[in-house]
Design a protein around this ligand. Structure first.
Ligand code: FAD
Length: 487
């Protein structure tokens, strides 16, 4: 017999919101949900409470339980710690969104700007145990049932963005897509700090803020910050995504969670002998796609005709005109085929948003990191805290899978900094503490961070085993970080 139970339209919309698989779908169902429940998503400080009250739906309750648990941590001071702060977050990558969630839990008004309209990256992120725990505790399983089931410790970038976007919206964060940040506008007598946007008439251009978080990804350097490049040995990364049809045969193929040359000489020698492909390491994850990331040796790329001409300069070597894409596809295909023992015989490339085969070659020879993580600008008596998170702060070496873990650590550290800012801690102390935390970031490993994941919070003492928040003295930060310009 058909189920005659009346369907509450808002329950059905909530289900669609939870299941939505693209950024625009998420936003559409969220807007519809707000309309049906007559909720104003701009009422950020009451939004979550009102949503809970008006959507009396058992499926939603499982999400509320998770989020209420997080929100009850003492550090948020019941959402009052930053109730007076207005935060602009540049970038809806995983780190921008993760930071936005924390700022919202602290009670701040949070606006996120993202220049893209869609989340399209199939590439897969390795997750450390604390990130799995963290994302699960935000209700990830409710939004993406497959999240880290069994022993899986990875997720595609786009799926992670979708989960975090949904949590952001539920908590009252405003997320604008299709809008590009172009720079800061200094305050006038009447107005505070604002952002220059493209399109200039975008409503978020009127937002005045006292905290600016830059999460614009690798190589994005906001004004006032300097990046330094750490030049290592030539390292050429190749990523490739193949269609995953989830057949029984595909499910059987074991993943390769990272095999490096030094640990399996025979594998790499056989690969070289059979295919002329010479790799330093290779990772294979099964997610929405079959995803491979490998570090390839220059000589073998030349030999297989992927790189046309040899240059000592990495930029010239990997310039698009010097790459034969057909040869690159074949190289990635053959490496994937060999490393899975031929068990994936029907390897068909997934397509990227441009409709091309999703294969890319990246140069990791020079990794960038910001010289410092935060600064304060002051103009006309109006202070602005600026902080960097994610790849914008420190670029990761993807094959090692450090990106998202260190990225989230920096998101939490930054949220702690904003908390201090909101609670009136002297701004030089705020900066000195942020820089003290930043000193630890590049050495952070799964071994030297606390294993007590349930105790993790934005308080750095809950995560770092040894943290000295006064490692950098306020005297040391005055000159480089505090920029007071006129009155
Ligand atoms: P990102 O994820 O890069 O997000 C930055 C966001 O800011 C982007 O959405 C961008 O559109 C937006 N943005 C930038 N400038 C502006 C602006 N002016 N205005 C508005 N919005 C702006 N890591 C791995 O471990 N494995 C991989 O295979 C892998 N592949 C990657 C492939 C690509 C193409 C890229 C860019 C990154 C990849 N990474 C990979 C890195 C990984 O995505 C990041 O470590 C992770 O996503 C955390 O990054 P983030 O949030 O700091 O920045």
């Amino acid at each position: 017999m058909a189920n005659k139970e009346p369907v509450n339209p808002s329950h059905a919309t909530f289900d669609l919101f939870v299941q939505a698989k693209t950024c625009q779908e998420v936003k559409k169902h969220f807007t519809e949900l707000c309309r049906q429940l007559q909720l104003d998503p701009k009422d950020y400080s009451n939004f979550y409470t009102k949503l809970k009250e008006s959507l009396n739906y058992w499926k939603a309750k499982a999400v509320w339980t998770k989020l209420d648990k997080r929100a009850s941590q003492d550090v948020y001071e019941q959402g009052k710690a930053c109730a007076q702060n207005k935060c602009l977050v540049l970038g809806a990558g995983p780190c921008g969104l993760r930071t936005a969630i924390e700022l919202s839990l602290l009670g701040a008004q949070v606006v996120v700007l993202e220049k893209r309209e869609e989340f399209t990256r199939n590439n897969v992120l390795h997750l450390w145990p604390f990130t799995i725990y963290d994302i699960r505790e935000l209700g990830a399983k409710k939004f993406y049932g497959k999240f880290c089931s069994g022993s899986l410790d990875h997720i595609s970038i786009r799926q992670l963005q979708l989960i975090l976007l949904k949590v952001c919206l539920i908590l009252g964060v405003e997320v604008h897509t299709g809008v590009e940040y172009k720079g800061l506008i200094e305050p006038s007598v009447e107005k505070g700090w604002m952002a220059k946007l493209e399109p200039p008439s975008h409503p978020a251009a009127a937002f005045q803020f006292d905290v600016f978080i830059s999460a614009g990804g690798g190589r994005f350097v906001p004004e006032g910050f300097k990046h330094k490049g750490l030049r290592g040995q030539l390292a050429i990364g190749i990523t490739a995504n193949f269609v995953n049809r989830n057949t029984a045969a595909e499910i059987q193929v074991p993943e390769i969670s990272g095999v490096a040359r030094i640990y399996n000489q025979k594998f790499f020698q056989d690969l070289l002998n059979e295919t002329d492909i010479d790799l330093e390491n290779i990772v294979y994850y099964k997610d929405d796609t079959h995803y491979f990331v490998m570090t390839a040796k220059r000589k073998s790329l030349l030999k297989r005709g992927v790189i046309k001409q040899d240059y000592s300069d990495a930029d010239q070597l990997l310039a698009p005109a010097n790459v034969d894409h057909a040869a690159l596809y074949l190289y990635a295909h053959d490496a994937a085929y060999f490393s899975t023992g031929g068990q994936l015989p029907d390897l068909q490339f997934a397509l990227n948003p441009a409709g091309q085969r999703d294969v890319a070659m990246f140069d990791f020879t020079c990794m960038h990191r910001a010289e410092h993580a935060s600064l304060v600008r002051e103009r006309r008596g109006k202070k602005l805290l600026i902080a960097l998170v994610g790849d914008c702060l420190m670029e990761p070496f993807w094959p090692l899978g450090t990106g998202i873990a260190r990225g989230f650590m920096a998101s939490f550290d930054t949220a702690w900094t904003v908390r201090s800012w909101g609670m009136g801690v002297q701004h030089m102390t705020v900066i000195a503490e942020r820089e003290s935390m930043y000193q630890l970031l590049s050495q952070t490993t799964t071994e030297n961070t606390s294993k007590k994941y349930p105790l993790y919070s934005i308080d750095p003492k809950t995560r770092y085993q040894r943290i000295n928040l006064s490692a950098i003295h306020t005297r040391q930060v005055k000159k480089p970080f505090i920029k007071a310009e006129g009155k």
